[in-house]
Design a protein around this ligand. Structure first.
Ligand SMILES: [Zn+2]
Length: 87
């Protein structure tokens, strides 16, 4: 599992390697008002893309991979990936 997130400043899907994050252009304007979507994150474990909310990026809520074949659960602290439980 990648331990540090890589921030992509431009949306280039081919460069969304595991552990890459891209902040949405309309960050904060979509999703729940209390916890809007903020970025697209490529799972550090398997590379599946998923939307990440503001609270997840702030490390308040865990990120859970959307893939059925991956059980990655982790917190984001600054740009570090902190595993929630051992794999
Ligand atoms: Zn995953």
């Amino acid at each position: 599992m990648v331990a540090e997130l890589d921030v992509l400043s431009e949306w280039i899907p081919e460069q969304m390697a595991p552990g890459t994050i891209f902040v949405l252009e309309n960050a904060g304007k979509v999703g729940e008002k209390e916890d809007p979507y903020w970025a697209v994150l490529s799972c550090p474990e398997c590379g599946t893309l998923g939307l990440t909310t503001r609270k997840q990026l702030a490390g308040l809520l865990p990120v859970i991979c959307g893939s059925q074949h991956c059980s990655a659960q982790f917190f984001i602290h600054d740009s570090q990936v902190v595993s929630r439980k051992p794999f």
